[in-house]
Design a protein around this ligand. Sequence first.
Ligand SMILES: Nc1ncnc2c1ncn2[C@@H]1O[C@H](COP(=O)(O)OP(=O)(O)OP(=O)(O)O)[C@@H](O)[C@H]1O
Ligand SMILES: [Mg+2]
Length: 220
Amino acid sequence: MELSSIQNITSSDLGKIMGEGSYGKVYEYEKDKVYKKFGYDLVADECGIHKSVINEIAQLYFISSLDCDIAPDVYDYHISLEYQIGIIMEKYDTSLWDMKVRLSANDIAFISRQLFTKLYILLKNGLYHGDIKPANVVMNKKTKQIRFIDWGLSHVKESHVIDHISDFLDYTEMFSDPSTILYKKIGKKLDYAKCDIWSTGVTIIHLICRYMHKKYPFED
Ligand SMILES: Nc1ncnc2c1ncn2[C@@H]1O[C@H](COP(=O)(O)OP(=O)(O)OP(=O)(O)O)[C@@H](O)[C@H]1O
Ligand SMILES: [Mg+2]
């Protein structure tokens, strides 16, 4: 995988919007691919390029070297002369947040096992996602295979106990663990691994509540 040529992807190359996040939009791009386009104003900061964009690209590159089905395959990166950056990656049908399908109890058990198996591989490799939640897990509707997306807040650390976490404060409140909340309140040290384990648990609770009550218990 190489950093692609400088070229523009125009709107006529893009299909429907698959999702929208804080950094830009994700479009359908060709049959089995999506294009995650980072917005101009957020991409360019005073240092040139917003660091979470670079972080996402770097982490996806690292994950692809692990060869372990944790993130969607990345096919290409694009940088245009107008500071537009985009990632072309494998398309999944839906996120666990947006899904219209009703999962069975077996599906939830299968998804939960995958979540923790993938999380185990991540933590074993010293990689912390930093924002695990249903909107950041995509799924193939038919096979129920899942992948983690949205690596902008992730970190690679030798020690997972960290004391400089300014980036981490973007962590989605409803899915954050007590140490993140305590950090925000009293500056207590934060444990990245615990954050990911906690938010994976809350993601599973979310799936179970939707299964039992057809309700969304937590806000995205
Ligand atoms: N590979 C993919 N296949 C299918 N849908 C995707 C894919 N990647 C992203 N999406 C959709 O786009 C949405 C936004 O993507 P992503 O979370 O990567 O963007 P973001 O701008 O970093 O979001 P935010 O910061 O708000 O969490 C996802 O919640 C999902 O619905
Ligand atoms: Mg997201």
